[in-house]
Design a protein around this ligand. Sequence first.
Ligand SMILES: [Zn+2]
Length: 252
Amino acid sequence: MSRKYKILALGAFFVAAVAFWLAAPVQGVPILAYHGVNEQPEPYSIDPADFNAQLRYLAEQGFTAISLQDYFLARQGQRLLPEKPVIITFDDGYEDNYRTALPILEKYRFKATVFIISDAVGQPGYLTWEQIKAMQGRQTEIGSHTAGHVALAETGYQEKSRQFRKSKQVLEQQLGTPVEFLAYPFGSYDADVFPLLQEAGYRGACTGIPGFNRLDQEAFTLRRISVPRPKFGLLEFKLRLIRANIYSRLGI
Ligand SMILES: [Zn+2]
């Protein structure tokens, strides 16, 4: 074999090895992070048509949407995860989550989790208590996104505690169900938040760090894949999943 063919064969072997490695199932749960679902040209909202295409892709790939509650039951050995689990989350609690996202989620039989800013409920553009209750009755899990959407790493210890406790209390009082999960606004947190979340009665919290979540992932630093408005269609969504997969495999 000539030197040239040896190099080509080696290259082909390398490409095949990487493809095989990427195609093998990941031991972990991807958590997707959305915000608004609308046609406004905001970077963090997503067009309903793009959202629909992403969910259709997940359905075609055989994913089953689970709640954070399901994931935590699996962590405790009380439930088995489906073969390809995914958790679909929304931050901020925008009204279009009810009007636009929910019917699309239901079309694919996907459940979802919405993290509510408790001070913003009922304000223009945000969900009302009635809409939140209606979503709960339609397979939506409700979590906290703090009371006032503060950057926690830049917030004092007492105020952090107040944000965690107040949002949990208000949500539980209004909804009559336990609220045990939280998403950090702006993905901002520091070491102070872990004991404070525990004391306030939370069981898990989501960051903005991409990756998949194994059952032994630290409960208050769950990895989450942000899905902003795509510039390159469905390919961009697939690449975000692949990137999170690589981060998880490399332990980044
Ligand atoms: Zn937010």
